[in-house]
Write a protein that binds this ligand. Structure first.
Ligand code: AMP
Length: 111
């Protein structure tokens, strides 16, 4: 298994999960871009959200449900959820993941 997020989801690195069930796990980003920066991922490997949406639409919806719950758990008054899709959009890990960011103000448009 080469995919780093598949390894994390399998528990290989002993990563602390903020949420975990049969389909989804959530853990803190290694290089946080905000005071709260959590990644919420499907356990199954899909290279990006476009593929996840076709293969497991219910899991895609669940990623956002988990984001809502974690935002409340973190005490966020607002939050940003982001999927980067493709290298040109900044995707660097090709296992679909939803970024949950909060705890500071965010600019728009994004860089
Ligand atoms: P993206 O650039 O949208 O593909 O996001 C990938 C994210 O994964 C980045 O924010 C990285 O900091 C994060 N990341 C990479 N490796 C790890 C890891 N081992 N544990 C936690 N986060 C990671």
């Amino acid at each position: 298994m080469e995919c780093i997020f598949c390894k994390i989801a399998s528990g290989e690195f002993g990563t602390e999960f903020l949420f975990a069930d049969a389909n989804v796990v959530a853990f803190r980003d290694l290089t946080p871009q905000a005071p709260t920066h959590i990644l919420i991922i499907p356990r199954n490997h899909h290279e990006d959200v476009d593929h996840l949406a076709v293969a497991e639409p219910a899991t895609l919806a669940q990623l956002f449900q988990v984001a809502t719950a974690l935002a409340a758990q973190e005490g966020l008054t607002g939050h940003r959820t982001v999927f980067n899709t493709g290298e040109s959009a900044g995707q660097s890990v090709f296992h679909a993941h939803l970024h949950l960011l909060g705890g500071r103000s965010f600019a728009w448009p994004p860089g």
